[in-house]
Design a protein around this ligand. Structure first.
Ligand SMILES: Cc1ncc(COP(=O)(O)O)c(C=O)c1O
Length: 397
């Protein structure tokens, strides 16, 4: 056994979150490092979903909208997510996709902006959907989009900026952006900010309320383990809710949805972010998946995430032949999310395919990036060591 293998076992033995792993369906012959794309299945989900299908839908049928709490599930699940992103209850609603929530937030932010503010700043390296949606929102609202490096957003915001749309963690490089500093600078310029939390919620503390963030969106199928296509969420800061003018004012966000009135009157609170009938099966699967967070302190999750990615980087340096795979994820903790991306100069796609064949599941992003996501609730140090060792074998072959 190598020194790093010994060290991994000792780190796993001392890991306070280790017991959480048993709450997930995982197999011992696979190292799963793709939870930043699709989180693993929490054990609580299957039983809960079968109850929802067989009893709530099968036997109670329409009564479940009230008796099983289906109607209020978007706000109830939103409040469970709120705790994980540093928001007090009543400001997060679960539903729709991240893309749709980006649209709601960006258009609503532009509608709140003062006269002469016709610029939407977009993170130049953004996950593409945010850029597409921002461009469409700009066309609809008479704004123009200006792409800036996320790290330069603070300096770029000016008197014409209506809103800045920024990814908290870059999906490709794993770089963590400065949410407190950027939010403060965008506010100082008189503009609003929308944070995309897809790659940070559930992996590190976000502190939305403490930083006065205006709007935030995120998905729940990555570090929140909600399942394929699970509903996304929208955060609207409490004092902005009354002025939140949704571009998608569906009947579910009406103050009196069953009044069936021809005139739209928006609901108060987080419900104003709703649109149409929620996807109940996915939403309740997500609600069950969130049980794994009960009693979990997100700062402990962050500490373990950094220890895991530090250790993985050391293992990569020890096992991978020089020059074959270089980290593109920042080494500074303040700039690192919960993934490690390695630039692999030659044959990256085939390298990842071979890793998967050998039981190490990460993913590949064109043209040359290997991504390894570390989910502190179920990834261990021995997983990190094995992944780096197998990567070294594949790249050394
Ligand atoms: C940063 C970011 N934003 C948005 C999305 C996509 O959102 P959705 O498919 O929920 O619309 C992803 C998906 O991976 C993402 O990583």
């Amino acid at each position: 056994m190598s020194d790093l293998t010994h060290e991994a076992l000792a780190l796993d033995a001392a890991d306070g979150l280790r017991a959480k792993r048993a709450e997930f369906v995982l197999d011992d012959d696979t190292v799963y490092l793709d939870g930043n794309s699709l989180g693993a299945l929490p054990r609580s989900v299957a039983g809960r979903l079968s109850d929802v299908v067989e009893r709530e839908w099968g036997r109670l049928r329409i009564r479940s909208w009230t008796e099983s709490g289906w109607w209020t599930a978007p706000e109830r699940v939103g409040d469970r997510i709120a705790r994980l992103v540093g928001a007090a209850p009543g400001q997060v609603v679960a539903g729709d996709s991240t893309s749709v929530n980006v649209f709601k937030a960006v258009v609503a932010a532009v509608r709140l902006a003062g006269e002469g503010r016709d610029e939407i700043l977009v993170d130049a390296a953004t996950f593409p959907t945010d850029g597409y949606i921002a461009a469409s929102a700009a066309r609809l609202t008479g704004c123009r989009v200006r792409a800036v490096d996320a790290a330069d957003t603070a300096a770029a915001a000016g008197p014409r900026t209506a809103v800045a749309l920024v990814n908290h963690v870059d999906y490709r490089t794993g770089r963590l952006h400065d949410l407190p500093g950027t939010t403060a600078a965008v506010h100082a310029a008189g503009a609003r900010v929308v944070w995309d939390l897809c790659h940070s919620a559930g992996a590190l503390p976000v502190a939305l309320d403490a930083n006065g963030v205006d709007f935030a969106v995120g998905c729940t199928y990555k570090y929140l383990n909600g399942g394929p296509g699970s509903p996304a969420y929208l955060y609207v800061r409490r004092d902005l809710q009354a002025g939140f003018d949704s571009p998608l004012p569906g009947w579910n966000s009406h103050a009196d949805p069953f009044g069936m009135s021809a005139a739209y009157e928006p609901a108060d609170g987080a419900a104003r972010g709703r649109v149409g009938t929620p996807d109940i099966l996915s939403l309740l699967a997500l609600e069950a998946a969130l049980d794994v967070w009960d009693g979990v302190d997100i700062t402990a999750v962050r500490a373990k995430s950094l220890a895991l990615t530090d250790f993985f980087l050391r293992c990569v340096a020890a096992y991978v032949p020089e020059g074959r795979a270089e980290p593109v994820t920042p080494l500074a903790h303040a700039e690192r999310g919960s993934q490690v991306s390695l630039r692999c100069a030659t044959g990256a796609e085939e390298v990842m395919a071979e890793l998967v064949r050998r039981g190490v599941v990460g993913d590949f992003r064109r043209p040359d990036v290997l991504r390894f996501g570390f989910t502190p609730l179920y990834t261990g140090f021995a997983d990190a060591e094995r992944a780096a060792r197998v990567l070294g074998e594949v790249l050394g072959a």
